[in-house]
Design a protein around this ligand. Structure first.
Ligand SMILES: [Mg+2]
Length: 241
């Protein structure tokens, strides 16, 4: 693929930050359904990347008894209270490879935009300090996270807003996502899609339409990206110099 890429749009949870959303969803499920059914695989397949109420409904439809989905709004509220407590306790960390990517992109001059479904993204990124004393949040040019839109991922609305905010056409953007719903949103928006498979879920990201899937963001060839090519570093070959 060759195209001029001007902006990189980042999902936050699972891409930049090892956030406690999954833990918050599981904790809050007590009283609605058996939390033991809320595995990491379940979270990635049915909840990750979706707006809160849709995630709550998807969970209760699958793990709750008949009519459980009627409690989705209450479950969503309890999950929000849990995530706010976990964030306030500082119970999360940034992924080092993601921090290195953001710093590398800053040097290329490509625009960097945050586009999480969560309204808590900026609160988390503002709490992560970089070695040079800046906040992780400061590495990004714009943040459209948590905007109220008619539909969440896999609808492309949030990413299209991110592209517009960056002054880029959709075809000039690459989206970095860890969830199949986010990859699908990027594809639906006409953007390049980079999947980060931290949980051994590369197949799901590829199936959703990712142009490239890596298991570490260190594998991304940033110099190539800056000239419009989305690829991983070539494997180290024999030394011929
Ligand atoms: Mg995510």
């Amino acid at each position: 693929m060759t195209r001029t890429l001007r902006a990189v749009i980042f999902d936050v949870d699972g891409v930049l930050v090892d956030s406690p959303h999954e833990q918050a969803w599981r904790e809050a499920l007590a009283g609605f359904a058996d939390p033991a059914g809320f595995t990491t695989a379940f979270y990635q397949a049915h909840v990750a990347g979706k707006p809160r109420l849709e995630g709550a409904r998807a969970t209760l439809e699958r793990l709750g008894g008949p009519g459980a989905a009627a409690s989705a709004a209450l479950y969503a509220d309890r999950k929000q209270a849990a995530i706010e407590r976990l964030i306030a306790e500082g119970d999360f960390a940034a992924f080092p490879d993601a921090v290195r990517l953001a710093l590398g992109l800053e040097r290329t001059g490509m625009r960097r935009v945050l586009a999480s479904s969560s309204k808590n993204a900026d609160a988390m990124l503002a709490r992560v300090d970089l070695p040079d004393g800046r906040q992780l949040l400061s590495l990004f040019d714009a943040d459209v996270s948590g905007r109220d839109l008619p539909r969440g991922k896999p609808d492309p609305a949030l990413f299209l807003l991110a592209a517009d905010t960056a002054g880029a056409e959709p075809a000039q953007c690459v989206v970095v996502e860890d969830a199949p719903a986010g990859i699908a949103a990027a594809v639906a928006g006409g953007m390049a899609a980079l999947g980060i498979a931290r949980l051994g879920d590369a197949a799901g990201l590829s199936a959703a339409g990712a142009d490239l899937v890596v298991t570490s963001l260190d594998d991304l060839d940033v110099a190539a990206l800056a000239v419009g090519i989305l690829r991983a570093h070539p494997p180290a070959g024999p030394h011929t110099a």
